[in-house]
Each structure stands twice: as C-alpha cells, then as structure tokens.
Design a protein. Structure first.
Ligand SMILES: Nc1ncnc2c1ncn2[C@@H]1O[C@H](COP(=O)(O)OP(=O)(O)OP(=O)(O)O)[C@@H](O)[C@H]1O
Ligand SMILES: [Mg+2]
Length: 250
C-alpha cells in the first residue's frame, strides 16, 4: 500500500462538475476530483465508463462540454493554442497504448517532446537528458532499439521515460499495467512510486487493476455513471458494503 506522504493542502488538479457526451452517450455527468501536490490518485472504473475520456479532457485531447478543469492554477478549457502547448509540457501523459512512434528509435522517441516543447532553449544536452530519463526507468542503453523490439513492459517504461524527459509536475497514467504479466505489472507499479518520490509528481492513475490501485494509490476514486461514486483509501474502500464498490474487490 502506498504510505508515502502528500501535501493535502495544496491542490494541483481541480476538476469540478465536468460533463462530456458523445451524442446520446453521456460519458461524464458532473465529475469532481481534486488531486493534491505529490499525491497519487487512482481512478477505478469498469471498461467503457469514461476513464480515458476523463484524462483526455485534462489535456484537451477531448474538450469537456461543461465544468471547470484547473491544473497548476490554470483554467484548461480557456487556454489558447500556445498556452495549452506550454501547459501540456508540464503534464506527462502515458497513453493506454504507450503510443511510441514505431518509425523512430527509442532515443528519437524520447527526444521528440524535447524538440517539440523546448525548441527555443538550446542550452541542454539532449543525449544526457535521454540517458537520464532512460536511467530513471531502468532501461539505459536502449537508445538505438526500435519500439518493435521492446516487450510490453519495456514499452510502458519507455512511454514513462518519454514523459519524464520534460520534468512534468503532473503525470496521467492511462492503464499503466493492462496487458502485462503480474511480475512486470508489479515492476511498473514500483516505477510509478519511484516517479512520485523522485520527481514529487501529482498523478492520476487510471486502472481497473486492483493490485495497481493497492500499490500506487494514496487515494482511490471510483467512477460509476459518469460521476465520482465513492472515494477513499484502498483500505477504506475494501471495507465498503456498497455492492458497486465491492465488485472491484471480489
Ligand atoms: N472520440 C470519441 N467519439 C465518440 N465516442 C467516444 C470517443 N471517445 C470515447 N468515446 C466513448 O466514450 C465512452 C468511454 O470511453 P473511454 O475510452 O473513456 O472508456 P474507458 O473507461 O477508458 O474504457 P477502457 O477501460 O476499456 O479503456 C465509450 O462508450 C466510448 O465509446
Ligand atoms: Mg481507457
């Protein structure tokens, strides 16, 4: 269980009353969530309940229909293009699919966000930043490999390294352990804890893997019916008698 401390007085992400529909499909229906500095919050939900949509709204890969989303004190929905780009550079997003560019080497994949977001700042050593980021995920020396040569667990690690290279204050992990064997999944959970400790990131971790929730969460919110249905630590929710919450623990 994650017993690391977080500063509960300092909110980094504030999501209020966020709704999102696709036609008649009302995915988020007034979702609320606050994530504090240094905190790992796991959002638990069954498949298709809007977990990916939720974190896509945070980085505006999807535009929410209603509600407010603040990250690091900035109102996300009202940001113009350049300001949104700058804000995205502070947010590490690990996609459900890892989303590596298969035509680039691992090293080039890691350089990509640097070139995109730090174009004007020429005073950094790309090779050093790439090897530091790979070191952080335990995969130094893989710079020349192609994503096709990586295992699923390695792809997740490289996906995490690619977000760490910009030194993000916020991390959004979409299903970081799905599709991995239990041992590799545990390694990724440890990596998420390492990132939290080393970089003092505030994170939302989307999952339906209870081991991931147990190991990484300071707090868990359960997404049901487009809303935050229940909230608590792993130990608290495990005691719940509510059948909708219990189903995750059975
Ligand atoms: N761009 C889109 N256009 C239309 N519908 C969408 C779009 N993105 C998501 N949806 C719908 O929103 C709902 C929630 O999708 P989402 O991907 O957030 O689910 P999820 O909770 O992440 O599921 P999983 O655990 O399988 O990843 C689904 O019904 C999906 O079909
Ligand atoms: Mg998803």
């Amino acid at each position: 269980m994650n017993t690391g401390s977080s500063n509960t007085n300092s909110p980094v992400i504030i999501i209020k009353d966020v709704s999102k529909s696709f036609g008649e499909n009302h995915v988020l229906t007034g979702f609320n969530l606050t994530v504090n500095k240094g905190e790992n919050v796991v959002v638990l939900g069954r498949s298709g309940t809007g977990k990916s949509v939720l974190i896509k709204c945070i980085v505006r890969l999807v535009d929410a229909d209603r509600g407010s989303i603040q990250v690091l004190g900035t109102d996300i929905p009202s940001l113009k293009r350049d300001a949104l780009d700058a804000m995205r550079s502070k947010i590490g997003f690990l996609f459900q699919s890892s989303a590596l560019y298969d035509s680039m080497t691992v090293g080039e994949n890691l350089e990509f966000p640097l070139r995109r977001h730090r174009k004007k700042n020429m005073h950094y050593d790309v090779n050093k930043l790439v090897s530091d980021a790979l070191e952080s995920v335990g995969l130094n020396g893989t710079q020349k490999m192609s994503p096709a040569e990586l295992s699923g667990g390695m792809r997740k690690r490289i996906g995490i390294a690619r977000t760490l290279i910009l030194n993000p204050e916020v991390m959004l992990y979409d299903e970081p352990t799905t599709g991995l064997d239990p041992v590799t999944a545990r390694e990724i959970n440890h990596l998420i804890l390492d990132v939290q400790e080393k970089f003092n990131t505030s994170s939302i971790i989307i999952s339906h893997d209870m081991n991931c929730a147990r190991m990484t969460a300071n707090r868990i919110v359960v997404l049901i019916g487009g809303k935050c249905y229940a909230e608590g630590t792993y130990a608290e929710l495990k005691q719940s008698q509510d059948k909708n919450v219990k189903q995750f623990f059975d």
